[in-house]
Design a protein around this ligand. Structure first.
Ligand code: AMP
Length: 437
């Protein structure tokens, strides 16, 4: 891998480009815009809320056209590129950008396998003694059924590749596991299902931890918890995420330090041993089981909506820290400070989400954001008449901070009362683990 960084000083960071169009990228743009020395933040392609923040604008080029993005980065004198979503990372956008001399926060294609291949990630965990659930990998339905026959317990069935969050079935019975095996081999997940992981089912509360990495060193962000299910009581189908909160009180400072040593440092070290200079976020989704914490997934980017809950906690120096990571010089970064506050995020979704979200509905909203209340846009766009309309399943993330989670969630839910669009729905119980206690 080439890392062809131009010599730049931290103070030279003026223009940033963020690749992506979701709530995650919207919240990152907002957090970076707080840094006074940043002049311009371009989001490619961005969404209907990008231009709400000072210094932020959409870059209207096809986000799949890698050559065009690289050309624009050079033309606009972009000093730092941040790649938000997993697909361009897995396809090697960061590699191509670095080869073109750009400074990029986001792992190379090789490193993005941490998320793009569950089998690859599992091997890395085993090689580096990182605790995870027992598993089998196979590319044959017959073999998968034989494994189930021997094990005779419900399993978790996972398509190996990227499946937009839909490739995992947590089975309740042996019969359901059999059906899930047949389904995953039916071609439903395209090439993502060519290889399949059968995983032992584990139990315990889930929490996510994050490290910003410069290839060798890392710093850890506050832990977060999200709600993946569509309906209250964590029922209904899995979604990209209906809400989140941070810092998750389940993990105190000492526990976070322990998890850093048990999981994050060995992961980065394992990548380094494979000669992968991993620059970007390592996101580890954990289950805290009776026999200790275990990794259930890795992502190679900030989670969405965890990112929206985390960004308001970042100090102004966040931009410099990402820039230092991208240059492989985390030691030169200013110390990243976190706001001592509870951050609550509730997602407002379209009717029909997650299967067939309705789009094109007018949104009535006052989306001004301030230091303790933010409205981050995801599936929104501006139509030809200058109306803000829905363009996706997850439309907005309303995020608030307070001295307690009760106060933060009250503020977020109050704000939601002032927002509407036809078919809008949101869970009323986000953060139930940390409110009214
Ligand atoms: P993943 O996409 O791998 O994060 O899986 C989606 C969800 O499935 C997780 O958030 C867990 O709730 C659940 N899950 C994944 N792996 C396991 C496992 N081994 N045991 C129990 N639940 C799991």
């Amino acid at each position: 891998m080439t890392t062809n960084h131009k010599p730049q000083e931290l103070s030279e960071l003026k223009n940033i480009l963020i690749v992506g169009s979701g709530g995650r990228e919207n919240s990152i743009a907002w957090a970076l815009s707080k840094n006074k020395s940043i002049e311009q933040i371009y989001v490619c392609p961005g969404n209907g809320g990008t231009a709400n923040f000072k210094k932020c604008s959409c870059l209207n080029i096809n986000s799949k056209d890698e050559k065009a993005i690289i050309f624009e980065c050079q033309r606009l004198k972009v000093n730092l590129v941040i790649i938000g979503p997993e697909v361009p990372l897995a396809e090697g956008l960061a590699n191509k950008m670095r080869e073109a001399g750009l400074t990029v926060f986001g792992p190379c294609k090789e490193g993005a396998q941490l998320e793009a291949s569950k089998d690859w990630a599992k091997n890395l965990m085993v090689e580096n003694n990182i605790p995870t659930a027992k598993y089998w990998t196979t590319n044959s339905k017959e073999e998968a059924l034989q494994i189930l026959d021997k094990f005779q317990k419900p399993l978790v069935i996972k398509a190996d590749g990227l499946a937009a969050g839909k490739g995992v079935t947590v089975c309740e019975s042996v019969a359901q596991t059999k059906d899930a095996i047949k389904e995953v081999f039916s071609g439903k997940f395209g090439s993502a299902g060519n290889k399949v992981i059968l995983e032992e089912k584990i139990e315990g509360p889930e929490v996510s931890i994050f490290a910003l990495c410069d290839g060798e060193k890392l710093i850890v962000l506050p832990p977060a918890q999200d709600h993946k299910r569509l309906l209250e009581g964590d029922k209904g189908p899995n979604t990209g995420g209906m809400g989140a909160y941070a810092p998750a009180p389940l993990i105190n400072q000492q526990a976070l330090q322990d998890l850093t040593e048990l999981i994050l440092i060995p992961t980065l070290e394992g990548l380094r041993k494979k000669k992968i200079k991993y620059i970007g976020v390592i996101y580890a989704g954990l289950m805290l089981t009776e026999s200790g914490p275990k990794v259930i997934e890795f992502n190679c980017r900030f989670g969405d909506p965890e990112c929206q809950a985390l960004m308001p906690l970042m100090g102004e120096e966040f931009a410099s820290v990402l820039f230092s990571c991208a240059r492989g010089e985390l030691e030169k970064a200013p110390k990243l400070k976190f706001k001592d506050s509870c951050s609550a995020c509730v997602v407002a979704a379209s009717a029909g989400y997650p299967d067939k979200p309705q789009t094109g509905r007018q949104i009535n909203i006052n989306s001004e954001s301030n230091s303790s209340l933010q409205v981050f846009h995801a599936g929104t766009t501006i139509d030809q008449f200058d109306n803000l309309i829905t363009s996706g399943g997850r439309v907005l993330s309303v995020v608030a901070q307070g001295e307690s989670f009760d106060k933060a969630f009250d503020l977020a839910y109050d704000k939601l009362k002032q927002i509407n669009f036809d078919g809008m729905h949101f869970r009323k119980d986000i953060g139930y683990q940390v409110t009214n206690i």
